[in-house]
Design a protein around this ligand. Structure first.
Ligand code: PEP
Length: 254
C-alpha cells in the first residue's frame, strides 16, 4: 500500500499570529477527525517553522515541511536558509521544483538537482514538483515535458535515495487558477510518471512511490481526484489556508 499524503503549501501567506492560529486549529482537528492512514505535511513560510514544530510536536499524523532551501551547505549566502538549518528545526520534507520557483526565481534543472541532493544529504524527504504549462499541453507535449523534468531531476539518484522522493504532479495551468485537472487527466499523467519510474528503478519502487496531485484542489474536487488509482493524495495551496477546507481535503485522502 502506498502512503497517502496531503500536503499544504501556504506559499507567501499568513502573518505571524494568523499562521500560529491556523496551525493551532489544524493539528487538533486532524487528531480528532482524521482516522485513516493519511499523512499530512504542512509547509508554511519560514517564519512559522519554529512555532509549527512546537505545535505539531508528538503528532503522529502531521509533519513539518518547508517550501524551499538553498543548495549550499553554509556560508556567505545572505538571505538564504540551508537544508541543515531546516532539519535542525524538525523539518522532514522540503518542496523542490515548484513552478513558482522555476518561473519567478529562474530555478533550472541544475539548481533543482543540487537542492534535491542537499535535502537528501540532510536526511529529509523531497516533494518534487513537475508539470506542464497550458501551451505545452495544447501542443500535445505535456508528457514529454514531464518526462524530461522527472528524468533530469531524479534519474541520477540511487534507488535508496529515490525512496525519499514524493512526486507532486502540478500542471502549471491548474495552480491557483480554480481550474483543476480532471480526474482522467490526473490519472493519465500519474500512471505515465509511475511507468517512467518503473522503467528506471523497477516495479517495486514505482509501486511504492507516492505521486500526489496539485492544482486548485478544493473540498469539492478532492475526492474524485484522490480516488484515481495512481493519485496518492494532493499538494494544496489556496485551500490549505482555511482550516475547515483543508480538513475536508485531508479526509478525502483517507
Ligand atoms: C501549489 O502551489 O502547490 C498549489 C497546488 O496551489 P493551489 O492549490 O492554490 O492551486
Amino acid at each position: 500500500m502506498r502512503q497517502k499524503i496531503v500536503a499544504a503549501n501556504w506559499k507567501m501567506n499568513m502573518y505571524y499570529m494568523s499562521g500560529i492560529k491556523l496551525i493551532s486549529e489544524i493539528v487538533p482537528l486532524i487528531a480528532d477527525e482524521v482516522k485513516g492512514d493519511v499523512k499530512v505535511i504542512i509547509a508554511p513560510p519560514f517564519i512559522h517553522l519554529h512555532s509549527a514544530a512546537q505545535l505539531m510536536y508528538g503528532s503522529k499524523k502531521v509533519f513539518l515541511g518547508a517550501q524551499n532551501c538553498f543548495f549550499e551547505e553554509k556560508g556567505a549566502y545572505t538571505g538564504e536558509i540551508s537544508a541543515a538549518m531546516l532539519a535542525s528545526l524538525g523539518v522532514q520534507y522540503v518542496i523542490v521544483g515548484h513552478s513558482e520557483r522555476r518561473n519567478f526565481f529562474n530555478e533550472d534543472d541544475v539548481i533543482i538537482s543540487k537542492k534535491i541532493f542537499r535535502v537528501l544529504e540532510d536526511n529529509m524527504q523531497v516533494i518534487y514538483c513537475c508539470g506542464e504549462t497550458s501551451v505545452q499541453r495544447e501542443a500535445g507535449k505535456h508528457k514529454d515535458v514531464v518526462a524530461k523534468q522527472i528524468e533530469t531531476a531524479l534519474f541520477w539518484l540511487s534507488k535508496e535515495r529515490m525512496q525519499k522522493i514524493i512526486i507532486a504532479y502540478e500542471p502549471v495551468w491548474a495552480i491557483g487558477t480554480g481550474v483543476n485537472a480532471t480526474p482522467e487527466q490526473a490519472q493519465e499523467m500519474h500512471a505515465f510518471i509511475r511507468s517512467l519510474i518503473e522503467k528506471k528503478f523497477g516495479a517495486g519502487l514505482a509501486q511504492e512511490t507516492s505521486i500526489i496531485y496539485g492544482g486548485s484542489v478544493t473540498p469539492v474536487n478532492a475526492k474524485s481526484l484522490f480516488s484515481c488509482p495512481d493519485v496518492d493524495g494532493g499538494l494544496v495551496g489556496g485551500a490549505s489556508l482555511i482550516s475547515s477546507d483543508f480538513i475536508s481535503i485531508v479526509k478525502a485522502g483517507e
